[in-house]
Design a protein around this ligand. Structure first.
Ligand code: ADP
Length: 272
């Protein structure tokens, strides 16, 4: 499958609104888009422990806190496709949320492009996520009242890209995922596989360094799921992105360069 990636000028355009947080974006430049085994990690978790309820917030099961991750360390290089495997409740989503900065673990550090998210303010973490991390969900999470084009353009609104540029970029991205002729369709007018392609195009909108995907084929039939996986691995390798995919599914794990297995919040194998 071939597709075009977002030209680098998208992130340059996104940087046009840089302000006091510009220092956080110092790592966003990429020179030639090629994999380099000596590159620093795109994602690094060190000794991450997370206890839900430890902060006095939401507690499950009768007020007890739940230790979702215990001393998890892992790292992912640019261009690497890494599968995250484990039974339900083993901590996969908690790791993905930590990488997006949506969750700050109780202990340990989470680095994305060598910036420790746990040391940032909430605003800076949001900014890191918008610039550096693309997210693909199992149930697509497209806005039903917006066209495919407008869904793909949404992350560009958040980083201040002008309207005409957004439209152009969104159309290029849709063309890249093979949906040029679906740009004006609403999500409800698309098949499951097409919706996930739109979601992948949206995840690529800001030309992120890292893509996290939570059961991206969970809602798709086997053949459609394989196509979506092929697309995800293409977009990772082509632009030297780190891709972290949580899944139960053997097909998904088979496309990964490396599989990390979790049990009860701990890494039990890394590289099997
Ligand atoms: P997975 O993605 O592998 O299914 P999760 O990361 O969602 O695992 O969950 C890990 C553990 O944390 C489970 O025991 C789960 O019940 C618990 N957990 C997840 N989210 C919350 C939450 N918001 N509050 C309390 N416990 C949670």
């Amino acid at each position: 499958m071939s597709h075009r990636s977002l030209p680098k000028s998208a992130s340059e355009a996104a940087d046009a609104d840089s302000d006091a947080d510009a220092d956080v974006d110092a790592t966003s430049a990429r020179d030639d888009g090629r994999a380099d085994p000596r590159s620093p990690a795109a994602v690094r978790l060190e000794n991450v422990t997370h206890e839900y309820g430890a902060d006095g917030g939401f507690r499950s099961s009768g007020g007890r806190s739940v230790t979702a991750l215990r001393d998890v360390s892992l790292s992912i290089r640019p261009g690497e496709i890494v599968g995250l495997e484990g039974p339900s409740g083993s901590g996969k989503s908690t790791i993905l949320h930590a990488v997006t900065g949506l969750l700050v673990p109780t202990d340990g550090t989470v680095e994305v492009m060598e910036t420790d998210l746990t040391s940032l303010s909430e605003r800076e973490r949001t900014r890191m996520r918008r610039r550096h991390v693309g997210i693909v969900f199992q149930r697509f999470h497209l806005l039903p009242s917006l066209s495919a084009r407008a869904n793909v353009a949404l992350p560009l609104v958040q980083v201040g890209v002008p309207k005409a540029t957004r439209r152009e970029r969104a159309e290029e991205l849709l063309e890249g995922v093979g949906l040029a002729d679906r740009a004006s369709h609403l999500p409800g007018e698309l098949s499951g596989g097409e919706r996930q392609r739109v979601a992948i195009a949206r995840a690529l909108a800001t030309d992120p360094d890292v893509i996290v995907a939570d059961e991206p084929t969970g809602e798709l039939d086997t053949a459609t799921g394989r196509n979506v996986l092929e697309l995800l691995t293409d977009v990772g390798r082509e632009r030297d992105r780190a891709v972290l995919v949580a899944s139960h599914d053997d097909d998904t794990l088979a496309v990964a360069d490396r599989v990390i297995s979790l049990r009860d919040g701990q890494v039990v194998t890394d590289g099997g």
